[in-house]
Ligand binder design. Structure first.
Ligand code: TUI
Length: 310
């Protein structure tokens, strides 16, 4: 399937992998790109030098194009913005903020820029600032989220901008892919399904929690302080939400979450760790290679998009 996104990114399939902190390191990104999708290294809270090494390691694993996600709350975001230019990365996606101040340098260097947005206003602003595409991410997604659903956000963003739109949040199979296309998207971004990819380094315990999750097993913490984060329900979310309800300060709540994502992903701490995952976790029921995931989705979507009886 060819769209403006496969053209922009030089991929076979219009599927991109979410830039998940700790989870989306070079092995996952390379495997997604090798399978014909667009792999992304999630810089998360990593120092710029680590991101540089990750980019070089990814290059050693694949000749295909891949990208880097820059989480804009990272104090090293500015340094990482320079690293992607120096290393000649094909595309950058950004999350949790406004990347406008880096845009001129990226564009001058030929780095494609794809901000993740959670509103029409932000999508319009990014188009004006020179973005090549946007990821419209609904509240079904895992991690840091906005409030609009994918179903409502994607068509409104698609109407508001002329640049191509990538749908994210709640997409985990060929049905979700086909639905996203119907809503006006030219590609999808998936995170949760790729967490349980065979090539993903996330701890077995983390993967098992996603596989075991049902439809309503995620919670959103941090709503009161404007930092909503979707994750699977566990002791961490129960404690957090109890404190939040009791009016705890942002600093107090932060104490609870410092290092908690790393503990979940690398150590498999499913009790006090932060198990970021989207609402689609309930649909994800087995570990597969990136190749199997992407092929299955594209085959299922092709049948659906051809229409009944055709
Ligand atoms: O960024 C994400 N998802 C993330 S970032 C992340 S790292 C983290 N770790 C621990 C605690 C909290 C976060 C985990 N998941 N998705 C992309 C995304 N961006 N969703 C929503 C937004 C967004 C929100 C507001 C983008 C722009 C925006 O604009 C604000 C502004 O500055 O104008």
């Amino acid at each position: 399937m060819k769209t403006r996104i496969t053209e922009l990114l030089g991929t076979e399939h219009p599927i991109i992998q979410g830039g998940m902190a700790w989870v989306a390191e070079c092995r996952l990104a390379a495997a997604v790109s090798e399978a014909g999708g667009f792999g992304i290294i999630g810089a998360g809270a990593a120092p710029a030098q680590v991101v540089r090494e990750q980019i070089r390691n990814c290059r050693a694993l694949t000749d295909k194009p891949f990208g880097v996600n820059i989480m804009l709350m990272n104090p090293q975001a500015e340094e990482i913005a320079k690293v992607v230019v120096q290393e000649g990365v094909r595309a950058v996606t950004t999350g949790a903020g406004n990347p406008a101040r880096y845009m001129a340098d990226w564009k001058a260097a030929g780095v494609k820029v794809i901000p993740v947005v959670a509103s029409v206003a932000m999508a319009r602003m990014m188009e004006r600032a020179g973005a090549d595409a946007v990821v419209a991410e609904g509240t079904e997604a895992g991690g840091h989220i906005g409030s609009a659903t994918t179903m409502t956000l994607v068509p409104q963003v698609a109407d508001a901008v002329d640049i191509p739109v990538i749908a994210a949040g709640g997409i985990g199979d060929g049905r979700g892919f086909a639905a996203a296309v119907m809503l006006g998207a030219e590609a999808v971004q998936m995170g949760t399904r790729f967490v349980v990819a065979k090539e993903c380094v996330a701890h077995e315990n983390y993967k098992r929690k996603i596989i075991a999750a049902k439809d309503i097993d995620s919670e959103v913490t941090g709503m009161t302080h404007g930092h909503p984060v979707r994750q699977l329900r566990n002791q961490m979310t129960r404690e957090y939400l109890k404190l939040e309800k009791a009016g705890a300060s942002f600093a107090e709540l932060e104490q609870l979450t410092v290092g908690a994502l790393r503990r979940a992903v690398t150590e498999g701490d499913t009790v006090k760790g932060t198990l970021m995952a989207g609402q689609i976790a309930g649909l994800v029921d087995r570990e597969q290679t990136c190749q199997e995931i992407i092929e299955e989705i594209m085959e299922q979507a092709a049948v659906l998009l051809r229409g009944p009886g055709k």
